[in-house]
Design a protein around this ligand. Structure first.
Ligand SMILES: *[C@@H]1O[C@H](CO)[C@@H](O)[C@H](O)[C@H]1NC(C)=O
Ligand SMILES: [Cu+2]
Length: 318
């Protein structure tokens, strides 16, 4: 883990180091940004390497000192911090940081590529047919739909059928990977998986927002929420669960949210790269100097360090 190694070097001034974002600890300029690809644009070898690394996380010890694995740490951290990172200004930069932590964890498990995304806007008319659900080249598809009792909607194909995520919201309830795609109604032209809520038309309208807060509010509540719900339903891991990082699709989903935020920033980079605002959890006004908490899982950072993906500490592009 790069963060931990850097912190260890600092030794005595551990507290000071933890307050420093990784980007200030690595000062090189961003000369060749890493490209984050859409899943279907990746090579077969890249897809396979990504999936093997995701599975590898479940063989590594917890960094939180828990008896569950590193895989489960992501769901646990997301649950612990849930109210500080949703329906608030920090939603976008916090999840940008969280995806980066995941990307580095995959790389420590042998993956040599970068985070990838699922472009659900492009697939919104038929989301269930998207390449990401392929059992061979993707994440496997829907869960068993014959029962709506919790714990029975197990994903039936693909590489993750043997996974046993430990947490369900804040409780230890080991289970199979659960998905419950929201059905559509073809006769009425309603796409499955709530696709109408993340169509190109919806996204074009959200892109007209001129303030960070307007953009954050709309993308979080409509496309972001609809994809969670559309994939997970009420009984699946991706549903409105605080433990939603149990589904590896969480990270492709949030990388897409990150990309859409970046595209919005790119409409007017001078004004928008550091455009930030809205509220904190306690109702006070958010600031670029706010701390992004990571519950001891990775160093604290500031919002400012996560605004510009072309900065030295992030250095990636789409
Ligand atoms: C789907 O779930 C039902 C009800 O729990 C179960 O009887 C059935 O065996 C499952 N199907 C598969 C393919 O696992
Ligand atoms: Cu989240």
């Amino acid at each position: 883990m790069k963060f931990i190694q850097t912190v260890a070097l600092i030794g005595a001034s551990l507290d000071a180091a933890l307050a420093l974002p990784p980007s200030t600890l690595r000062r090189q300029a961003c000369t060749s940004p890493k490209l984050r690809k859409e899943w279907s644009q990746a090579t077969r070898a890249e897809q396979s390497s990504y999936i093997q690394a995701a599975l590898c996380l479940a063989t590594k010890p917890s960094r939180l000192g828990l008896s569950s694995t590193l895989y489960d740490d992501f769901a646990r951290v997301h649950d612990i911090l849930f109210n500080q990172i949703h329906s608030v200004a920090a939603f976008l930069p916090w999840h940008r940081y969280f995806v980066q932590v995941y990307e580095e964890a995959l790389q420590e498990c042998g993956y040599t590529g970068n985070a990838m995304y699922w472009d659900w806007v492009a697939d919104s008319e038929a989301p269930a047919s998207a390449a990401v659900w392929d059992p061979i080249t993707g994440f496997g598809g829907n869960g068993n739909t014959t029962s709506t009792v919790w714990g029975t909607n197990c994903v039936l194909d693909g590489p993750f059928t043997g996974l046993r995520p430990v947490y369900w919201n804040n409780a230890a309830m080991p289970h199979c990977l659960l998905r419950s795609f929201t059905p559509g109604s073809p006769e009425d032209g309603v796409p499955e998986m709530l696709g109408a809520n993340y169509s190109p038309t919806v996204m074009a309208s959200i892109n007209l927002e001129t303030t960070f807060e307007g953009f954050r509010h709309n993308i979080e509540n409509f496309p972001h929420g609809a994809v969670h719900q559309g994939v997970g339903g009420f009984v699946g891991d991706m549903g409105p669960q605080t433990s939603s990082p149990n589904d590896p699709m969480f990270f492709l989903h949030h990388t897409q949210v990150d990309r859409l935020w970046w595209l919005w920033q790119q409409q007017d980079p001078q004004t928008r790269t550091f455009a930030y605002g809205g509220l904190r959890e306690d109702g006070s006004s958010a600031s670029l100097d706010d701390i992004l908490p990571m519950a001891g899982f990775a160093p604290q950072s500031t919002v400012r360090e996560y605004m510009d993906i072309g900065s030295a500490g992030l250095c990636y592009t789409y």
